[in-house]
Write a protein that binds this ligand. Structure first.
Ligand code: ADP
Ligand code: MG
Length: 695
């Protein structure tokens, strides 16, 4: 491909386009809004809208849309054309400032968790000038936040923007204490690594479970899974390579910094990682990435699966959320420094993260909770549901030394003083890795590995920004009033390490021992989504969100409700799909096969031949089929009872305790039948056909 720099961001109304096309004073005004997060002067909106429209029309756009991120987890859009009658039977292309800044939207069909009754159906979308507009499919996309008329957040962007403000405010307070007078802005930065599966569209079409639920609900183990480790980083098949090239090209046009691509551990599994950017942009870009992954796969005769666990017994897909904090002066605040003072500052930010993870594990758990991710967390391929942190040998050793207040020196042990003593430089050691930890320090950033592949990264980052803002604000409160800054800082860092070290764990997070050890340490292990959500709207959690103006209590409760409903609906659809597949295809197939065996038995009996084998096979099949029908009946019975709970939490518990178990039991029988019934009678493609469908 030629001229990558030339096509990069060619479809984005970015800074250079704004500078070139806007009058100087208006450009400056807009830049100020983008940089300060302050409200845009409505007077200039029409000029910006005009420039945007001219640019978009030159690029072939006919429509515009506000693009927002409702609680469905995917994006939403409604296209309007630029046309406007000119009064002489023709049209001109128009786009007003009002249309740019604010859109009205019938919000009644989006989940609101009770925040908005259907009779007050109006919601509105508001332009987010900090994320650039772009053109896709001849349409100008305007990133927006989505609120109810009362101003309550109905989306994922609003609280994300609020959380960015919160962490910036608190980080600036701390930075000022260290004398960083030149720093004006602090951004949370994120680079999300995105995993996905590709399957051939023709094979995919034959599996209603993949089509309607995004995952297989049954499937006998294939003869070859991922045990040979031959797919991870393996040569990329030509068809996949073509797909990846087109994906890169389309993402680059939209200004997405697609960087790394490779085959992942499971057959048919791949990964794409971008270069990190500010979290708001990273979130929008990740949504675009997931969308393009899907649509471009269609063009290549494939389907992209973003479900957390499309195939049992084979690795699922996650999304590693690499997170750090960066100043407008270009300093990564999680990068250990060279001077004693830089080191002290780094340590303070580090212990703020440690304290946050230890104090708010439930919030982190909720931010990655879904029916799909429940199959993945703790399945020995992804971190367990226990939130702990990995720091690596070196840093752990340093924290131990600090806590003890002692430092090893040539002359023996001596008192160690943070901010005075030069700490050893911590080299970024790529071998010092723990792939089993949910939250790992990787040299100059934290990698949160629990998010599921289909998630919006907004949720985990809203939580990270908020809880770390809280710890920084507590630190700033103490330090701003300190008579002796250095001594107070010293004591603060030591105390924080001492009080929160239980959340640090460098061992194997997949082991049974860790589950027991974590329980002894008092770390929560919230295995399922209903468990996690039961620990969500607690006074402590409501308090931290409200204190930093990220979410109100009503917004939190509505989000909880939405997530519970979502959990129930997901399991409901899965159960119905499964029951249908069993009734209409799997049961008939097993009867057909029994009939074949019975006919053979009859004929052999007529010929006076021994029929021991046929008899045994028939009896086995008979028993299995009977189990099949019994399990199916249990599932349908429980489905009928599933709507009885009066609250969403009650219904979610019912789905977890009954529907989920029923499906597991039904699956065990189906998988056994699949392993016995000849391929030409079995009605669905098997795991082997699905996993090796793209060559
Ligand atoms: P690793 O090998 O440690 O996983 P990579 O350099 O491959 O590191 O980075 C993985 C992801 O982390 C990439 O998306 C990268 O852009 C992102 N990343 C690197 N530095 C930062 C940072 N300071 N803040 C946020 N994300 C970062
Ligand atoms: Mg990584």
């Amino acid at each position: 491909m030629k001229d990558v720099p030339g096509i990069f961001a060619s479809m984005v109304f970015g800074d250079d386009v704004m500078r070139a096309r806007l009058p100087k004073d208006i450009y400056k005004n807009l830049r100020r809004t983008i940089e300060s997060g302050r409200q845009l002067d409505p007077g200039i909106a029409s000029v910006i809208a005009g420039a945007m429209k001219d640019w978009a029309v030159e690029k072939g756009a006919t429509h515009f849309t506000h693009w927002f991120q409702p609680m469905t987890g995917v994006t939403a859009e409604k296209h309007d054309s630029f046309i406007s009658p000119d009064g002489h039977g023709h049209v001109i292309m128009e786009f007003s400032g009002r249309e740019l800044i604010r859109g009205e939207s019938d919000a009644s069909s989006f989940p609101s968790g009770g925040l908005r009754a259907t009779f007050e159906a109006r919601g509105y979308t508001a332009w987010d000038p900090t994320s650039y507009a772009f053109i896709k499919d001849e349409t100008l996309y305007i990133p927006t936040a989505f609120c109810s008329y009362g101003g309550q957040a109905l989306d994922k962007k609003t609280p994300l923007l609020r959380s960015m403000e919160a962490i910036e405010r608190q980080a600036l307070r701390v930075l000022k204490l260290f004398g960083n007078e030149d720093v004006r802005r602090v951004y949370a930065t994120v680079g999300p690594e995105q995993e996905y599966f590709l399957v051939d569209r023709e094979v995919w079409k034959l599996r209603p479970d993949l089509r309607d639920c995004g995952r297989t609900l049954f499937g006998a183990k294939p003869s070859k899974g991922q045990e040979m480790d031959d797919h991870y980083y393996g040569a990329i098949a030509p068809r996949v390579a073509e797909y990846m090239k087109e994906l890169d090209r389309e993402l680059w046009k939209l200004g997405v910094l697609a960087k790394t691509k490779h085959n992942e551990a499971a057959p048919a599994q791949h990964e794409l990682a971008p270069i990190y950017t500010s979290v708001n942009l990273a979130t929008d870009h990740n949504q675009l990435t997931m969308e393009l992954m899907r649509t471009i796969a269609e063009r290549h005769g494939m389907v992209c699966l973003l479900h957390e666990k499309p195939f049992a017994g084979i690795n699922g897909s996650g999304k590693h959320n690499n997170w750090s904090l960066q100043t407008d002066t270009g300093v990564n605040l999680l990068e250990p420094g060279d001077t004693p003072s830089e080191n002290a500052q780094f340590l303070l930010f580090l212990v703020a993260v440690i304290k946050a993870v230890d104090e708010y594990p439930e919030l982190l758990r909720v931010s990655v909770a879904s029916a799909g991710n429940d199959h993945r967390l703790g399945a020995h391929e992804a971190p367990p549901a226990i939130m702990s942190m990995f720091l690596g040998d070196q840093l752990t050793e340093i924290l131990n030394t600090l806590e003890a207040g002692m430092e090893y020196h040539e002359g023996g042990l001596r008192q160690m003083e943070i901010g005075v003593t030069v700490l050893p430089r911590f080299p970024r050691d790529t071998t010092d890795r723990n792939r089993t930890s949910p939250f790992a320090f990787t040299g100059n950033k934290f990698e949160f590995r629990s998010p599921g592949s289909s998630f919006s990264i907004a949720e985990p980052n809203i939580v990270l920004n908020t809880i770390i803002a809280e710890e920084l604000s507590q630190f700033a409160d103490v330090l701003e009033h300190a008579d002796d800054f250095r001594a107070t800082l010293d004591a603060l860092i030591r105390r924080t390490i001492r009080e929160h070290r239980r959340v640090l764990f460098d061992g194997n997070n997949y082991s049974r021992d860790w589950v027991e050890e974590a329980a002894r340490r008092g770390l929560p292990n919230l295995l399922t989504t209903p468990d996690a959500l039961a620990a969500y709207a607690t006074p402590k959690n409501i308090d931290v969100f409200e204190r930093h103006h990220v979410l109100t209590e009503a917004e939190i409760r509505s989000r909880c409700e939405i997530m519970l409903e979502n959990y129930c609906k997901t399991l409901h659809i899965e159960a119905r799909t499964f029951a249908d597949m069993v009734k209409r295809a799997i049961l008939p197939a097993s009867l057909t096969y029994q009939n074949t065996v019975a006919q053979l038995l009859e004929r052999k009996t007529a010929l006076k031949l021994p029929v021991g084998l046929e008899t045994r096979e028939l009896l086995n099949l008979g028993t299995l089929t009977e189990n099949l029908v019994n399990n199916l009946d249990t599932l349908t019975g429980d489905l009928a009872a599933s709507q009885e709970g009066s609250t969403a939490a009650e219904r979610a518990r019912f789905y977890r305790d009954h529907i989920r178990t029923d499906m597991e039991q039904l699956r065990a029988v189906v998988d056994e039948l699949e392993a016995r019934i000849p391929a030409e009678i079995w009605p669905y493609p098997d795991y082997g056909e699905l996993l090796y469908s793209v060559r």
